[in-house]
Design a binder for this molecule. Sequence first.
Ligand code: FES
Ligand code: FE2
Length: 386
Amino acid sequence: MHRESKDQLQLDRVLQPIEQATGLPNECYTKASNFTLDRDQVMADSWVCIGFGSDVPESWAVPVNFMGYPLLLARSATGELRVFHNVCSHRGMQLVSEPGKLGTGLIRCKYHSWAYDFEGNLKGTPMIGGTDQNTHKDFNPSVNGLKQIRSTVWMDNIFVNLSGTAEPFEDFIAPLLQRWSKWISPETLTELQPGTHAKMEMVVNSNWKLAVENFLEAYHLPWVHPGLNAYSPLEKHYDIDRGENFAGQGSSSYTTPAADTGSISSWPHDQKQFAEYPVLYPNTLLGLQSDHFFTMTILPINETTTLERVQLMFLGKVATDDSYQDHRTSLVNSWTEVFSEDIFAVEGMQAGRQSPAFRGGVFSPVMDQHTLHFHQWVANKLSTNP
Ligand code: FES
Ligand SMILES: [Fe+2]
């Protein structure tokens, strides 16, 4: 089956050296069946960011649809966050349809009122044994709880591994933490907190992969971001050494932040103009600057529609203090402006993928190395997974 799909998609052409390679074919961006392949072969086997911890206050349950799968984010009263399949074990009702606080500590199905705790245990099965019997000798609640999904939270990003077989998250993130340790230790990094009123989101009419690919290269800066390019020009950008699961850009001309805007004190003084923008494959786009951090998570809605969600994080009172709200808002606005400038390009590439004359395109052997790296990473997932 997968051999067929690999041959149909002509992925061998993608796996060639950059001088000969073509990109992923149009079908990978335009066909609904390939969207399902992306979910089941590219996403499921990886660590995928599906939202932010700040979306889920204590005692809240928040439904999330990830590429057609109904999932549930649930944070207990004591703060642990778990991710479940959002489906009742009884008759398969979607368990939670709206985000909300569940002060009772129970997640109750609206159909026959079965109830689960925040650890997913089935705690109530009213009348399962008849109108006056809430138990039955042949029914074992302990094996009928919610189905939990392997998950972790890093930098307030909720990562899931749907297959359960990806490498441990610590191993997945270690090369990036090692890379960044010259500026900020992993411990200090985790002290950054989500900014209050520091999120934004945009819907883009393109396949999710084009949003990722656009973030991987700085080649388009002079034409798409003339404002950004004036103070952080293309020639001051460099390729981040590709790891197995990430690649991206760095800049050596980030505007050094003012001391009172949360500049990270451990960051070496003569390095504050460095900033890096890696993609953790497949869908987590990061930005680390010497005064703030952001994540953009790329959430595929269907094969031609993608939701981009961004959250900024800061150290100490810059994250939450009212007196810094204007500062946070102005950073959100300036990133929104930059990311908005990319939309026409990403949507234009999607439109171009309706053309029978386009057969994956070609790559600059210098400027497009990361783009091809991502194409090859996707092609390998499509080729090797069952
Ligand atoms: S389907 Fe949920 S209690 Fe029946
Ligand atoms: Fe861009």
